[in-house]
Design a protein around this ligand. Structure first.
Ligand code: MLT
Length: 264
């Protein structure tokens, strides 16, 4: 796993970004350049991504969270605003459960706190097997369109191409690992309910993978959550509408700074 640093300067709490599947930190490039305020901004490449040279453990979102925690600690970060999109959001919830002291504020973007249905789990395991057996990313190639909202799919072919390029660059064994890890994750709505720090729940209004109802379910679990529905964005809100996502993350980080300074 590796920590990718976008910005190092600023007195605010660091903002740490966790990517979705089947992607890596590059999906945050546009957002990271636009986050308002003065603070370090970093992204983690999760297990199985091209930049990750470590041996893969047994697949689990808990293992991803433990590695993120170890990576942050070894970089000297013991408290941060942590935001994840989709699979990255599953890792944020596992961090809240296993390493709560690291998370001062949480961003849950185009994700859900519930476990998979039996059908979704079976589909993930099938894709994992296919990626492994074929030694290719073929089973996830259709995601270059499937992750985008209708507006982007029909009017922004450059986003489809960008996603396709990133997907093509992934490791088949990493795809298999992540699918098995996501398939095994439990419902963490209660973990979220127990978190008392600032929370942002954000979703694209055209997200069909983790729709607005999934975001409303999470926001209902935490009264302090800000719920932001981004217009003209699908599951890849950070790619489709980076300015809106950067503003929402900036507000979350600012709210977390304020809370940290009043409780210090
Ligand atoms: C993602 O964007 O990380 C994936 O769509 C997550 C998932 O398959 O649940």
């Amino acid at each position: 796993m590796t920590l990718h640093t976008y910005r190092t300067d600023g007195a605010g709490l660091p903002l740490v970004l966790l990517h979705g599947f089947p992607l890596d930190h590059r999906m945050w490039d546009a957002v990271a350049a636009l986050v308002p305020g003065e603070r370090p901004v970093l992204a983690v490449d999760l297990p199985g991504t091209p930049a990750d040279a470590e041996t893969l453990p047994e697949p689990s979102i808990e293992a991803s969270a433990d590695r993120v925690a170890a990576e942050l600690r070894s970089a000297g970060l013991d408290r941060a605003v942590v935001a994840g999109l989709s699979m990255g959001g599953y890792v944020v919830l596992a961090l809240l459960e296993r390493h709560p002291e690291l998370v001062a504020g949480a961003g849950l973007l185009d994700t859900k706190s519930t476990a998979d249905t039996d059908d979704a789990r079976a589909n993930r395991l099938r894709i994992a097997d296919e990626a492994e057996q074929s030694g290719t990313v073929a089973p996830v190639r259709p995601m270059s369109t499937g992750l985008l909202g209708e507006t982007s799919r029909t009017s922004r072919p450059e986003l489809v191409d960008e996603l396709a390029g990133w997907i093509e660059h992934q490791r088949p064994e990493g795809i298999a690992w992540s699918q098995r890890a996501m398939a095994a994750r439990p419902d963490r709505t209660d973990v979220l309910r127990r978190f008392t720090g600032p929370v942002l729940v954000l979703v694209g209004d055209e997200d069909t993978v983790t729709p607005v109802a999934a975001a409303e379910h999470m926001a209902a679990a935490v009264p302090q959550a800000a719920l932001v529905v981004v217009p003209h964005a699908g599951h890849m809100s950070a790619l489709e509408q980076p300015a809106a996502v950067a503003d929402a993350l900036g507000e979350l980080a600012q709210r977390t700074d304020t809370e940290a300074s009043t409780t210090a």
